[in-house]
Design a protein around this ligand. Sequence first.
Ligand SMILES: NC(=O)c1ccc[n+]([C@@H]2O[C@H](COP(=O)([O-])OP(=O)(O)OC[C@H]3O[C@@H](n4cnc5c(N)ncnc54)[C@H](OP(=O)(O)O)[C@@H]3O)[C@@H](O)[C@H]2O)c1
Length: 324
Amino acid sequence: MRAIHIRSLDGPSAAELVEIDEPAAAEDSVVVDVHAAGVAFPDALQSRGLYQYKPELPYVPGAEIAGVVRSAPEGAHVRPGDRVAGLTMLSGAMAEVVALQAERVFALPDAVSFEAGAGLLFNDLTVHFALRTRGRLREGETVLVHGAAGGIGTSTLRLASAFGAARTIAVVSTDAKAEVARAAGASDVVLADGFKDAVKDLTGGRGVDIVLDPVGGDRFTDSLRSLAPGGRLLVVGFTGGEIPTVKVNRLLLNNVDAVGVGWGAWTMTHPGYLAEQWAELAPLLASGAVRPPEPDVFPVERAGEAIASLEDRTARGKVVVTLR
Ligand SMILES: NC(=O)c1ccc[n+]([C@@H]2O[C@H](COP(=O)([O-])OP(=O)(O)OC[C@H]3O[C@@H](n4cnc5c(N)ncnc54)[C@H](OP(=O)(O)O)[C@@H]3O)[C@@H](O)[C@H]2O)c1
């Protein structure tokens, strides 16, 4: 089969299209003919050996796929011929065939294309976990999201109102990214530079109930300052490069929480959680209450460029590579 290999930790340009053997499938795994695979920020970090999970070289990058089931164990919830999305979780996705644990395979609603399906699970399930489980989002609250034109950002903008948010404020670095955030459903968009004052104006001085932060770095303290009393800052990632530190008196003074969000680790310690998440998300996608992502699509031959677009900050929304 055709697959992308990373043979050296020299960054996304090391991505190479190769012919390798199809995966040896365990009896209890679901084998999927892959149509498209999602690209996420960890793919860029991994290609330089900078992510906490370090696969052995050479490895196939990518955490998520969409495609058609080729074979499934007796009694599984999916059957040969079903359209599905699936999680390889952190490597193995950019290949024409994958073998997945059954609990990481999800029947794709008809309304969701393979390209959209390949860009769905990793971010939407993280954002679901962040807003619902960790962030305790309540009806009528306001959600601010950093990196709003990125994968996690657009996912937050697509999902927040379906989970009860009355308003979303998108923080982006450029006017072009502001357009991406608006298209994903942002109520308001502000530039990262000076976002704290802009948020103060937009909320009449009250602040927001939730900040979902995949960026970190030097905006962290201003994010805490932008929270309303009882607000929650959800720590999702550090695309800005720096892991911020926090003076905890700020939490006490304004009665706010800084909340860790580690979705992958949670799924490992909570069997059945992925299925619970999908049971909430799939009907929203099927009914149109949540729109599927509209990813930027690259052919697999350009997988290196696709991964690089996250690293060099040119990506608009979710990025996906097609394999069929
Ligand atoms: N905690 C979890 O369970 C979990 C799960 C999935 C992903 N994540 C993490 O979430 C983060 C976002 O992932 P993603 O796939 O959404 O990434 P993405 O699509 O590349 O979006 C990240 C955004 O970060 C902003 N950014 C600010 N400084 C940046 C820099 N120096 N380099 C690159 N981007 C920068 C960019 O927006 P502007 O240019 O507008 O600032 C960009 O749109 C990653 O750290 C990822 O590891 C965490």
